[in-house]
Design a protein around this ligand. Structure first.
Ligand code: SF4
Ligand code: SF4
Length: 101
């Protein structure tokens, strides 16, 4: 969760360092002051209801004809009010959803 880009930021890698480095303190977490938390009810299959991400449940729903996430991107990401200006074009989201599925 990014304080400015919300759920529109993700990392696919990490760096391992041999020494400890000083980093600035993290900014306040927007989730702490998010009253309604629409992300928690946006997924049609409650893929985030458990302790881990239910990938199989998510992908099973993506096969459903007319699935909204396939056309516009993950509904959970789109539900978060933080960082909406960093959202993707729907065609770009659809491209990545096809690759993910
Ligand atoms: S909607 Fe966004 S800000 Fe609110 S709890 Fe969910 S991820 Fe956090
Ligand atoms: S892509 Fe759709 S089904 Fe999968 S986690 Fe996101 S909201 Fe749920």
């Amino acid at each position: 969760m990014h304080d400015e880009a919300g759920l529109w930021l993700s990392y696919r890698g990490a760096l391992g360092l041999t020494e400890r480095i000083e980093a600035p303190p993290p900014p306040p977490n927007p989730c702490a002051s998010c009253r309604d938390k629409p992300c928690l009810s946006a997924c049609p299959v409650d893929a985030f209801a458990g302790a881990t991400y239910d990938v199989a449940g998510c992908k099973a729903d993506l096969d459903r004809p007319g699935n909204d996430c396939m056309a516009r991107g993950c509904a959970v990401r789109r539900a978060c009010p933080v960082g909406r200006e960093h959202g993707r074009r729907e065609a770009q989201s659809a491209f990545h959803m096809r690759a993910f599925r």
